[in-house]
Design a binder for this molecule. Structure first.
Ligand code: A2H
Length: 256
């Protein structure tokens, strides 16, 4: 971080049903028939088959930005909207029209359609305290098979569903094996979180270490065991899945 450019894949998760607290804030701002997308930024597009939830920071302020009037709107941080406006992502250079403003807490429980996810009926927007407003779009899609942060957060949400005011079944989904690695098996994040005895999403130092190990092992040794590119290495599959998502209009390139 700080040096060089991070090339993210920005994925489009279409809202199917807003959480109660979001409805009044969206009503009248997004026209009938307009689609709103939560747009997480990811470095692991090849894992998107295993999306189980999508995280927002409950205390972060987000906007809904107009991409195509009456048709297409993005739920992202203001910082990301501004960056996108200077990457030719919005129709007019430098402009990022905001139609509504919401807190992460308002959208918890919203149901979205996640491209490639095996959870075809949709996945839920859930809270993650460690989401940084200063990175990506402030929206993080959750892949608990391969991201230690996502796995640790998922376990915490299941354990403390009442405290987080969520339905336990929103968090407690089956974890799909997507990538096989020689050292960590086919559920890398679960393996690392358990063997490193990480007990909470607040174990930031250990999670950073687990994240590093998972990323390196996954990228250099991983083999796809699910999806259209099963049998290929992760290194080969990553750009193929990314391009497929982009060609389908389900994702776009975002850099920072
Ligand atoms: B990754 P880097 Cl399966 N706050 O996507 C906290 N984390 C964020 C974020 C934010 N504002 N924006 C993006 N991220 C996460 C998938 C994934 C990711 C897997 C495995 C590892 C992994 C599913 N979550 O990241 O600091 C996003 O999670 C570990 C490298 O820019 C994004 O990719 O290097 C990654 O962190 C970007 O992290």
């Amino acid at each position: 971080e700080g040096v060089g450019v991070q090339e993210y894949t920005a994925l489009k998760l279409r809202v199917k049903e807003w959480a109660e607290a979001a409805r009044s804030k969206v009503h009248g701002k997004v026209p009938e028939g307009g689609n709103v997308y939560f747009v997480p930024a990811t470095l692991r597009p090849e894992t998107m088959y295993g999306q189980t939830h999508c995280f927002v920071g409950p205390g972060i302020t987000y906007g809904i930005y107009e991409m195509e009037k009456g048709k297409e709107y993005y739920f992202i941080s203001e910082r990301a909207a501004r960056n996108m406006a200077f990457q030719n992502i919005f129709p007019k250079w430098g402009e990022f029209p905001k139609v509504a403003e919401l807190q992460g807490a308002d959208v918890i429980g919203t149901l979205v359609q996640a491209p490639l996810s095996v959870h075809k009926d949709g996945i839920r927007i859930l809270p993650m305290e460690s989401v940084k407003a200063s990175k990506g779009t402030g929206v993080v899609t959750s892949v608990p098979s391969d991201s230690p942060d996502d796995y640790a957060t998922m376990m915490d949400l299941i354990k403390k569903a009442d405290y987080y005011k969520i339905k336990k079944e929103w968090a407690d989904l089956e974890i799909l094996p997507i990538i096989e690695t020689p050292s960590y098996g086919n559920l890398t994040a679960k393996y690392l979180v358990e063997t490193m005895k990480i007990n909470s999403p607040k174990d930031a130092k250990q999670l950073a270490e687990a994240k590093d190990l998972a990323y390196k092992e996954g990228f250099y040794q991983g083999k796809m065991i699910f999806g259209e590119f099963a049998g290929k290495s992760v290194e080969e599959a990553k750009p193929l899945v990314r391009q497929q998502l982009i060609d389908n209009g389900e994702a776009f390139a975002y850099a920072e």
